[in-house]
Design a protein around this ligand. Structure first.
Ligand code: MN
Length: 355
């Protein structure tokens, strides 16, 4: 087959733009901080297994990913052109600042957001940025959300799942939810490597990473947020989860049934009645992207559960840069209207993108 010239893959001819909504970057200065953390003898095993691998592996794939992660100009734009991606919604790659000490995390989140905002100013029709925050300091995270929205024109927040084993279901973090709700910006709950107290049974069989462990841990995190009553307290708060909802759509029936049964049994102090069923919060407070899952039946099932307005396209660049997956998504048996929602309109609405 003849390779398609890059510009013809851009979607003027398709009837929709392709907006990829879970795309990653890493400032070189963050990797310097990571190198120092990785040199510690008691370094977090999940962090070591993830970034320790990517930053030191001689494999061509790892080195390529590290090069792409640090680029916010020509390499990235060329790959976008080759894959037919009109726009990337870009976030600080996992674990972002969440593996750092509190002071470093707060100051580095600002620096990373300034760098990303600068890249968006250079390429305003190609890039959209997410606001990185340091959950280690919820008050400062709330302030950074405000700064990101009002000063940097960013309209979404990235949080890379747990922060050193702590979950946003703990009310000490809820200033972050209050700020996101007040500024009407969604929080993208992206995977992180597994926390210290969870990783062993996954890592010993090589299933701790993107193959399975990330989804289990991030799905657990989203569920903890639901069952803690976060959306009863912040009903307008919106979250985004990737990887086809980290399997939660497939769990919806059992979650509803067993949550009801668990509440009725008074078995756990932590399981209190909610205003709605767990699956209602999935429908009303979550958007789901197909990052890493270019699989039509899973996309359609999720659309049927939470609605065609809540399922978005994502690639997961540069970790899963796969042009053939874009073609597969273009070829889904789906109405032109719904396909445009999936690739373009939903992302424009969620991230307040003005094209
Ligand atoms: Mn990702």
């Amino acid at each position: 087959m003849e390779p398609t010239p890059p510009t013809s893959r851009l979607s003027n001819q398709m009837g929709y733009q392709r907006i990829a909504t879970e795309e990653a970057f890493a400032p070189p200065e963050m990797l310097d901080i990571y190198r120092k953390l990785l040199a510690h003898s008691d370094v977090d095993p999940g962090f070591k297994g993830l970034m320790g691998f990517y930053m030191s592996s001689p494999s061509a794939r790892a080195q390529h990913i590290m090069r792409c992660l640090q680029d916010l100009d020509q390499i990235r734009l060329q790959h976008m052109d080759e894959a037919g991606i009109d726009r990337q919604v870009i976030a600080l790659t996992a674990p972002g600042v969440q593996v750092m000490d509190k002071a470093t995390a707060v100051s580095f989140s600002r620096l990373a957001n300034d760098q990303l905002a600068e890249a968006v100013r250079r390429h305003p029709t190609r890039f959209t940025g997410m606001i990185a925050v340091a959950p280690q300091d919820p008050g400062e995270a709330a302030k950074e959300i405000e700064r990101g929205v009002t000063k940097l024109a960013m309209n979404s927040v990235i949080i890379n799942s747990h922060t050193q084993g702590e979950y946003l279901s703990d009310s000490k973090f809820w200033d972050i939810f209050a700020a996101a709700e007040a500024h009407d910006v969604p929080i993208y709950l992206h995977p992180n490597s597994l926390p210290r107290n969870m990783i062993q049974p996954f890592q010993e069989c090589g299933l701790d990473g993107a193959i399975y462990g990330f989804g289990v841990e991030t799905g657990l995190h989203a569920l903890r947020i639901i069952t803690a009553g976060v959306f009863d307290r912040f009903p307008k708060l919106q979250m985004i989860i990737g990887h086809m909802g980290e399997a939660l759509p497939f769990w919806a029936y059992r979650l509803d049934y067993m949550h009801r049964a668990t509440v009725a049994s008074n078995r756990y102090e932590s399981v209190k009645p909610l205003k709605k069923k767990p699956s209602d919060y999935l429908r009303e407070n979550f958007y789901i992207t197909n990052s890493g899952v270019a699989w039509e039946p899973a996309i359609k099932f999720t659309q049927s559960l939470i609605g065609v307005d809540r399922v978005l396209y994502a690639m997961d660049y540069p970790y899963q840069y796969a042009v053939e997956e874009v073609v597969a998504m273009d070829n889904m048996q789906m109405s032109a209207q719904d396909k445009k929602k999936f690739f373009q309109s939903n992302a424009e609405a969620v991230f307040k993108i003005k094209s």
